[in-house]
Design a protein around this ligand. Structure first.
Ligand code: CTP
Ligand code: MG
Length: 227
């Protein structure tokens, strides 16, 4: 079995304090986005890749694509003003593919094994997210006062890839446009539709590059993998 993969990569990286898309920043010896793409290419479970970007980044993205050693189709798709809009555009540009994985370009440490595991999950699930059990105790806070401490056994930290039967995710995005639902991940749309979303074990190291500190941690992890 194989999946189509959509990579939202059309953000700005504001929290990084960078003056351009954070995915173009170097991590060790190549741009963040290239690490993400190389992991996806190394997974036999991925047959086709679509990358959503902003037009001003297209030349840089194209350079990265040219540096990749693969025969897999990789398409450049125009992103939107929110992650949700970028994914919606990606879904409209899918070339076939009954099953789709969505994976943030900013999660550049995901391994090929994780992509493989996600592909296998979609053989039986309508929708899933990669997630890990939370290690911290999480507090619900109102103002500056704790109002609840949920049982940690039921708390998972959501990551990407998130995977879905493509027709169902397209329906969920269309409904979101119709009803003005704004969410931060695709699973939330599926949940709003009353569709089941299951959990696939993610990876502790599958962090999302958001700040300069994340970049330093990512460099450390990659150097550990390939000393
Ligand atoms: N993304 C996207 N389209 C947008 C906004 C975000 O495709 N309009 C992508 C980002 O490129 C990233 C992923 O969604 O791969 C997760 O977003 P986030 O980590 O928030 O990235 P940015 O929006 O770029 O960063 P910031 O929020 O700090 O500006
Ligand atoms: Mg953002």
């Amino acid at each position: 079995m194989t999946c189509h993969l959509l990579i939202p990569a059309a953000g700005s990286g504001k929290r990084m304090g960078a003056d351009r898309n954070k995915l173009l920043l170097p991590l060790i010896n190549k741009p963040i986005l290239q690490w993400t793409l190389e992991a996806a290419i190394a997974s036999d479970a991925i047959a086709w890749i679509g990358v959503m970007g902003q037009p001003h980044d297209y030349p840089e993205f194209q350079k990265i694509f040219n540096a990749l050693n693969t025969t897999k189709p990789i398409r450049l798709i125009q992103g939107g003003s929110t992650r949700q809009a970028s994914v919606f555009n990606g879904l409209k540009s899918l070339e076939g593919g009954d099953r789709v994985l969505i994976h943030d370009g900013a999660r550049c440490l995901a391994t090929p094994e994780l992509f493989n595991r996600c592909d296998r999950a979609l053989q039986t699930m309508q929708g899933f997210i990669a997630a890990v059990p939370v290690k911290d105790t999480i507090k619900i806070v109102d103002g500056q006062t704790i109002v609840d401490t949920p049982n940690r056994d039921h708390l998972w930290a959501a990551q990407t890839p998130q995977g879905f039967q493509s027709d169902l995710l397209k329906k969920a995005h269309l409904k979101a446009v119709e009803l003005n639902w704004e969410v931060t991940d695709d699973a939330a749309l599926f949940e709003k539709m009353g569709l089941p979303v299951q959990i696939v074990m993610g990876e502790e190291t599958n962090l999302k590059i958001t700040t300069q500190q994340d970049l330093a941690i990512a460099e450390f992890i990659l150097n550990q993998r390939n000393p």
